[in-house]
Write a new protein. Sequence first.
Lengths: 199, 199
Amino acid sequence: MSIYKEKNRKTKELIQTSFIKILENKTFESITVGDIAKQAQINRGTFYLHFIDKFDLLDQIEQQLFADLGNRIDELQSNYSSTHTFEKEQEQLAATLFSAIKIQSPLLKIFLSDHGRAGFHLRFRAAFSEKVRLNLEKNESFKATLEVPMEYFLSFITSAFLGLIEQWVQNDLDKTPQEMTTLYINIISFIQQTNTKKV
Amino acid sequence: MSIYKEKNRKTKELIQTSFIKILENKTFESITVGDIAKQAQINRGTFYLHFIDKFDLLDQIEQQLFADLGNRIDELQSNYSSTHTFEKEQEQLAATLFSAIKIQSPLLKIFLSDHGRAGFHLRFRAAFSEKVRLNLEKNESFKATLEVPMEYFLSFITSAFLGLIEQWVQNDLDKTPQEMTTLYINIISFIQQTNTKKV
DNA sequence: CAACAAAATGAACAGATTGTTCAATTTTGT
DNA sequence: ACAAAATTGAACAATCTGTTCATTTTGTTG
């Protein structure tokens, strides 16, 4: 009974990995169920025993990706006490995000490229936007000093962060998560300098 | 002779506008050439007299969009002398971008959504990334003070800006371009404050 | 109006892909 | 050996694609 499930799971996984492999070289739009079956060396009908269609397949992989990232982030964050300063905590969250993303970078690189599916960058931002918001709102003076709508600030900062991630994965991880964190902090500091001079 | 061209142009435009109309309600993937012909009330064969396929159609609309935005930005920017401070110039560029984007917001809203085509946000960023870079590098002390690779800084700032644009068009332009510029400046100032406290 | 050119139509075509069905086969469990 | 679950292979109608070509409509010119 349990080996039946195991076999089922294994085939499903085979289909997923085969699909991702094709996705490296072909656009999602251009991939057919026949392509996937051929790559996985299974019957085309078998595909339909595991997924409704290729959209369902991609959806499930995407959901798994977000769930996995969420788990990794929560686990990494739980290792740190939150008695640090507000800024240290922001830095810590950044480090956690970069570490989690590194592990899933092969998939993220594809999903964020033009081989993926439209709107992924929005769903990805939404997936970790809530964690960022909670972290920011820990700080009491934050909401008091913030003069712009929270949704705009969140869009700004999560999108900025996504920009770094996109450059990073396109560069095939040319830096360590710690270096990326430093780079992030440096950019924030640099923006500070620019404006300080103005005033 | 020239009226033949005019008629040709008009039909091509009809196909484009009809397509965009469908795109508001359906995913690009799910739209067929038959759908477009039906909406435009033309023969399906006529479509192929003007475009290779639906991908070609979308590509051309995208190219036109970028060209139009580029022209608007250049024109708006040419109305201002560049004798202001570095920061004022950055603010001016932001105002210009928001103004140009407002005009093209209906199309941008669709293209940035999950009804569009994968990778649009990257191509969009690339389209105005160069203008931002040139504007930044005007300032001599900029390159001297910047401690991070230019490509990362550009990814960060253009992506952050895109985040504001995305929120703006999703909110159906709930603010004026000038208000968006102020909002942008406010966020930069806010980040400055946060870090100033730390030091 | 007549003659011509360009654009659009309608219909047909083969080819590819989709999602479903079902009997036969293989793999695994008891 | 027998039963259960998973997979296979083949066939099916349906849809969409891109192309072709004869015909019709629209616009131009003399």
